[in-house]
Design a protein around this ligand. Structure first.
Ligand code: GLN
Length: 380
């Protein structure tokens, strides 16, 4: 049979590849981003209770109303953006589905989408599978910043969308107010849609405040913000996220969402609706992960690998410039096999394969795991 691949150059995601390698070599896995500490007992009990109460059939296509209601309240309170739960929130099977459904709904043949490298791995294929043309722009060193003049220069009559991600995976950089105003101006001027991946919205450090597209009224009107309960409640395996967008945009997203997943699992949505009511269940997150970051940084003091600034997300970049001439992939594989510690090569997030001697380490781990990783890194 002649199978014609729609993604011929795509292999298995780097997260699966590195997690598998870590397992094979019994290495500490700081590659794929997921916490190794438990989900709240209370939240698990709530799910169990909802299952026992019979909430086990299809949820409404856009999400359980009580969950959408609390989401809308939290969004309104956090970003001062009045949000209508009936029309402006859609619960999705994680951030990845939210991104895919959004692109499938709004991007068609020949539409150009601007995205910034290093970029999360699902963005580019989602654009191409839907006939769009990804326009990759590299973030500028040393701070992984957006060069807005370059963005302006890359806009053509076919540009339809800009994708941003703050706090940023893999760099830990965050967009500031100046960035948001520049984005707003460009989006308005060229009538662009903005797809904003904000799954690490609550994991932000050092009194920096998260700059959501939803905070800027003119930008919010033309944006889709994507969020993830997996990140906020340490439950990446549940795959529950959501979009917030105007009724006009969200209506289109629901059209694709209904044929991609139809609806998201019911008892977890009911449980989240309860759990999200109490702000103490998520307000601690920035401080909690800041401590993790600092603990990790402390553990690696004395290592020849040098940390880059990290303002948000649960990823720390380390540079091995001057330590080895290996490529990032070779270094990540060597570290896994010889040192029993697995990171992600940052080159995997670049279309042009940029290799800057940078590795990404996930610090959403117990102190014991971070201690063991630190011990290894101090000896490199
Ligand atoms: N978001 C996670 C990361 O960046 C990976 C999720 C996945 O494996 N698809 O590591």
């Amino acid at each position: 049979m002649n199978v014609k691949s729609r993604l011929p150059e795509v292999g298995t995601s780097i997260f699966s590849v590195m997690s598998k390698m870590a397992l094979e070599h019994k290495a500490i896995n700081l590659s794929q981003g997921f916490p190794d500490f438990p989900v709240s007992e209370k939240l698990i009990e709530l799910i169990h209770q909802n299952m026992k109460d019979g909430h086990n059939q299809y949820a409404p296509m856009p999400g359980v109303p009580s969950l959408r209601k609390v989401i809308a309240e939290v969004i309104t309170a956090t970003y001062q953006r009045p949000t209508d739960f009936e029309t402006e929130v859609t619960v999705t099977a994680g951030g990845t589905e939210a991104i895919f459904s959004t692109i499938a709904a709004l991007i068609g043949s020949g539409d150009e989408v601007i995205l910034f490298d290093p970029a999360y791995d699902c963005y580019d294929p989602a654009i191409r599978l839907n006939g769009g043309i990804p326009i990759h722009i590299n973030l500028k060193q040393p701070h992984f910043a957006i060069d807005w003049q370059e963005v302006q220069d890359k806009i053509t009559p076919d540009t339809k969308m800009i994708m941003v991600n703050t706090p940023h995976n893999p760099s830990g950089a965050v967009l500031n107010e100046h960035d948001m105003l520049a984005l707003q101006e460009i989006a308005l001027k060229h009538d662009l849609i903005v797809l904003s991946d904000e799954v690490y919205e609550r994991i932000i450090f050092d009194d920096t405040s998260h700059q959501s597209v939803l905070k800027y009224p003119d930008l919010a009107k033309r944006s889709i913000a994507v969020f993830s309960f997996g990140k906020t409640f340490h439950a990446t395996g549940w795959k529950v996220g959501y979009t917030v967008a105007s009724e006009e945009l969200n209506r289109e997203i629901r059209k694709t969402h209904q044929f991609i997943t139809f609806s998201v699992n019911t008892p977890i949505q009911f449980a989240l609706a309860e759990y999200l009511k109490e702000s103490k269940n998520y307000m601690y997150l920035g401080k909690f992960y800041q401590q993790k970051r600092d603990f990790f940084l402390n553990q690696i003091k004395g290592s020849s690998l040098k940390p880059l600034p990290c303002f948000g997300s649960y990823f720390q970049l380390l540079s091995y410039e001057g330590v080895s001439t290996k490529s990032e992939m070779e270094m990540a594989a060597w570290m896994t096999k010889e040192k029993k510690l697995t990171p992600i090569p940052v080159s995997a997030f670049y279309k042009d394969g940029s290799d800057q001697k940078l590795l990404r380490f996930c610090f959403a781990k117990s102190d014991t795991t971070l201690e063991s990783a630190g011990k290894i890194l101090r000896m490199i």
